[in-house]
Design a binder for this molecule. Structure first.
Ligand code: SAM
Length: 310
């Protein structure tokens, strides 16, 4: 069996992320006209008790990843690819394309149980936004779990199964010679340290110019891990024995060991105060007033973004 909890609970963490993002978007933390296609809008009332700190954290992680990916695509004038691992119901592809960002290819990967749900949401008729409009060509679905539409691909694969993943990625015909940025937003933490290390190593050996942006928990104590597991448990998600990186040094080490030469680790306080647009930070601080800043700072200190290049 798997040392890092059962796959069903791991997949359910996506529902949680989607609802948290949907809630924060409705509160005005950021704009995303696409998330409504994926979120459960009737779950609203129950969500209403969420702490502002949680919404601020979701805003910061979304904004940081989007800023980095946009910068990467611009650096190469759009002649670059994006691969999102454990994409869940993330909407970055649609946010990029609708704002005119240029990219060569966008590939999303998750368990096939998750991608099949995402495909249903993408293709279902009705609603105020048509997600298919962003596709270059008509969507072709195979095995209910894979969708190919021009430069957009959504494939079902287990990131821990190296050869399955390689075969599935091959169906997307990625160009291994052009700059390619890989995203893992709250994903590697659900894999064993060995599995995530081989994933990283394989990318560096197969792609000539890979970059990686990783967001996840770190600096965890046993107490923090217990609180996190307990919070998820209250929402019916059973996760135990997560292997988290305990420090920025450990994060850096794992990316360097995989062959990335330039690795920058920032905790979310640094992301908040140094990396993100300070006008935006000022704006989101006024949405819901915090009684005290300490809780936010403590929460943000337990999450980081890793920016890695070869
Ligand atoms: N990245 C999305 C976001 O931030 O909104 C979803 C995050 S959710 C917390 C974690 C996602 O990673 C889930 O959709 C889960 O199914 C996926 N995931 C975790 N382990 C995986 C694996 N071994 N193979 C494929 N997907 C995985």
């Amino acid at each position: 069996s798997n040392s890092v909890s059962d796959d069903y609970s791991v997949q359910r963490t996506n529902d949680d992320a989607t609802q948290c993002k949907y809630f924060a978007i409705q509160k005005g933390y950021w704009k995303d006209e696409f998330i409504g296609r994926f979120a459960n809008s009737s779950a609203n009332v129950a969500e209403a008790r969420r702490f502002p700190e949680i919404s601020m954290g979701y805003w910061a992680r979304t904004a940081a990843i989007e800023k980095y990916v946009r910068g990467f695509l611009e650096e190469f004038n759009g002649n670059a690819q994006v691969v999102s691992f454990g994409c869940g119901f993330d909407t970055l592809f649609w946010r990029l394309v609708s704002s005119g960002a240029k990219l060569a290819k966008y590939v999303e990967v998750d368990f096939s149980s998750v991608t099949s749900k995402k495909i249903r949401h993408i293709l279902k008729p009705g609603g105020s936004v048509d997600l298919k409009k962003s596709f270059e060509s008509e969507a072709v679905v195979s095995h209910h779990a894979d969708l190919h539409a021009g430069n957009y691909h959504l494939i079902g694969a287990d990131l821990r199964q190296t050869s399955e993943l390689e075969q599935k990625l091959a169906t997307c015909q990625l160009d291994h010679d052009i700059p390619t940025i890989f995203i893992a937003e709250c994903v590697l933490v659900y894999m064993s340290a060995n599995a995530s290390s081989s994933l990283l190593k394989n990318l560096v050996s197969q792609f000539r110019q890979p970059a990686f942006v990783n967001y996840e928990q770190f600096r965890t104590s046993d107490a923090f891990t217990r609180v996190m597991e307990q919070n998820l448990g209250e929402r019916g998600i059973q996760l135990h024995g997560l292997e988290m990186c305990e420090s920025a040094e450990k994060q850096e080490e794992r990316f360097r060991n995989a062959g990335f030469k330039s690795v920058k680790v920032m905790d979310m306080n640094q992301i908040f105060n140094q990396f993100l647009d300070q006008n935006e930070v000022a704006r989101i601080r006024t949405i819901e007033m915090l009684d005290e800043m300490e809780l936010l700072e403590q929460l943000l200190a337990h999450y980081c973004v890793v920016f890695a290049r070869v």
